[in-house]
Design a protein around this ligand. Structure first.
Ligand SMILES: NC(=O)C1=CN([C@@H]2O[C@H](COP(=O)(O)OP(=O)(O)OC[C@H]3O[C@@H](n4cnc5c(N)ncnc54)[C@H](O)[C@@H]3O)[C@@H](O)[C@H]2O)[C@@H](O)CC1
Length: 490
């Protein structure tokens, strides 16, 4: 599991580490990482960097210092390095001296060719978007061309300038990097929201910070090993009941498809049996002969977890079914219309009184309904954490980078999402799968993280064959679980 820390934690760790090292050591380590990456980009493009052109965009702080030292290292290897200084009076003096003595030059004019742009305008000390002069400089730089006529690669130093390091918010103009070389630890802003989109490929350079981090991470990023380790596997003594039974209370006369998709998601999960309760009994019986269908939650029999809400409708009947599900003392995943009902007919605060865990799976508009009309905004992690704390539920906030937040303050970002999943019904599949993981015994936080992870991979797998429908995602789940080793019972 990778993790990201906020600026305050990074600064404290840097300070503690720097006290043990000769001055300038960290900056040299950071700059070496940037220079190495730029050298690789030039070598990939031209075979070598010799004689090719790197333009440094240099801001007023240590981020600019990193860029200048990286430029000095490149210049020593024969790269033509030019530095554009945004604030000459506040430029990192030692960095500038190093660049000049290595043969680099300073100029306001954009060189005739630019193969790599190094963004050293702002790092973790930056606040707000790029100011006008900086935005204009970036625009000129990225319009330049390399010796081969192609656009320059953009390498951000530590963080793309204009991105908020703690939240990923991009309040104004910001650099769009192809690669971000970040130092010591990941920052949340590289992983969530618009910041993730601006960061491109994120590469971490170890500068020795790890042992000096004292706080908990602000954000965790699960990997396949985590999810595979958590995914419940049946043992030799198991039967369909001991593996967990999941109830799916979804769909309506108008939306029978939601019942099928959520049931399809549940069937791909680890539970040993799926019970369906709702208005789409006939459709479910026809498509999934292994599912036990009943029209009402009250008649469904025992389950170890419920998924409720996808396509359920928002009428009296639907509200009654959601109440019946929430009254059961088993984990519940509430999705879609269930979330709308929570905001209108039921009370969000009632969730706090449940004795079993609840997982809420809103997209932004559903989030707003639960949050007095306010969408998550630029700080998606903070918003999800606040809703989780207020409701006592685990919140899975859907998006390109889905976030999972717990009531006691832990947050995860899912790395497997794909825009291909932005299509009708994929959320129903996710909710069904999540319910199955809850029924299989996973704690709600892990069930939410694991469901998002597997669902994202299934979306990517389905997209390899062409445009994706939610039914394709259902079909992709089983092969993806098998191929990746999340399902290991063969
Ligand atoms: N502290 C350390 O030990 C290390 C820091 N390193 C580098 O140092 C960076 C942080 O350096 P700094 O604290 O000097 O901060 P930055 O270089 O990120 O920012 C410099 C200054 O820019 C100004 N500023 C903020 N927002 C602005 C805006 N929107 N427009 C114009 N000016 C703005 C502020 O006065 C700020 O202090 C890191 O991101 C990293 O690149 C690395 O060298 C590794 C070691």
């Amino acid at each position: 599991m990778r993790a990201a820390w906020r600026v305050a934690s990074v600064r404290a760790a840097e300070e503690a580490l720097m006290a043990t090292l000769p001055p300038g050591t960290l900056m040299r380590r950071a700059a070496t990482g940037v220079a190495r990456r730029c050298g690789e980009l030039l070598a990939d493009r031209y075979g070598s960097g010799y004689g090719h052109s790197v333009l440094l965009l240099v801001g007023p702080g240590n981020n600019g210092g990193d860029a200048l030292f990286a430029g000095a290292a490149l210049a020593r290897r024969g790269v033509t390095v030019t530095a554009a200084l945004l604030n000459p009076a506040r430029t990192h003096a030692e960095g500038l001296a190093a660049l000049k003595s290595a043969g680099g030059r300073v100029s306001d004019a954009t060189p005739s060719t630019v193969d790599v742009v190094v963004d050293g305008i702002l790092g973790i000390g930056g606040r707000g978007g790029l100011r006008e002069d900086a935005a204009a400089l970036v625009a000129r730089a990225v319009r330049a061309c390399g010796a081969d006529g192609a656009r320059p690669a953009v390498v951000a130093v530590d963080l793309p300038s204009g991105v908020d390091p703690d939240t990923g918010a991009v309040p104004g103009e910001a650099v769009r990097a192809d690669v971000t070389v970040t130092f010591g630890v990941l920052k949340p802003g590289l992983l969530v929201g618009d910041g993730a989109v601006h960061s491109g490929l994120v590469e971490l350079v170890d500068i020795g910070l790890g042992p000096w981090l004292r706080d908990d991470p602000a954000l965790r990023v699960p990997d396949l090993d985590d999810v595979a380790e958590w995914w419940p596997q049946p043992g030799p003594g198991d039967d369909k009941y001991t593996r967990g039974v999941v109830g799916v209370a979804t769909g309506s006369a108008i939306y029978p498809g939601a019942a099928l998709l959520s049931t399809g998601g549940a069937l791909a999960g680890p539970a040993g049996m799926v019970r369906y309760a709702g208005a789409a009994v006939d459709a479910v019986r026809f498509h999934y002969p292994t599912v036990i269908p009943t029209p009402r939650v009250a008649d469904a029999g025992r389950v170890q977890a419920w998924t409720c809400g996808c396509g359920l409708g928002t009428d009296e009947r639907a509200a009654g079914e959601l109440r019946a599900v929430l009254a059961a003392e088993v984990p519940v995943c509430v999705d879609a219309d269930g979330l709308t009902l929570l905001a209108t007919d039921l009370s969000v605060d009632e969730l706090r009184e449940r004795r079993a865990p609840t997982v809420l799976t809103p997209h932004d508009r559903e989030f707003a309904r639960l949050n007095e009309g306010e969408e998550p905004g630029a700080d998606r992690v903070g918003s999800a954490l606040r809703l989780a704390a207020r409701t006592g539920a685990v919140v899975l906030l859907k998006g390109d980078r889905t976030i999972v937040a717990t009531p006691d303050g832990r947050a995860y970002v899912n790395p497997t999402g794909t825009p291909a999943l932005a299509t009708a019904g994929t959320g129903d599949v996710l909710a069904g799968l999540l319910g199955s993981l809850l029924a299989g015994g996973l704690p709600p936080e892990r069930a939410a993280v694991a469901a998002a992870y597997a669902h994202g991979l299934a979306g990517r797998y389905a997209a390899e064959a062409g445009p994706v429908t939610a039914s394709d995602v259902v079909g992709a789940l089983r092969p993806v679980l098998g191929r990746t080793g999340m399902w290991r019972t063969g």
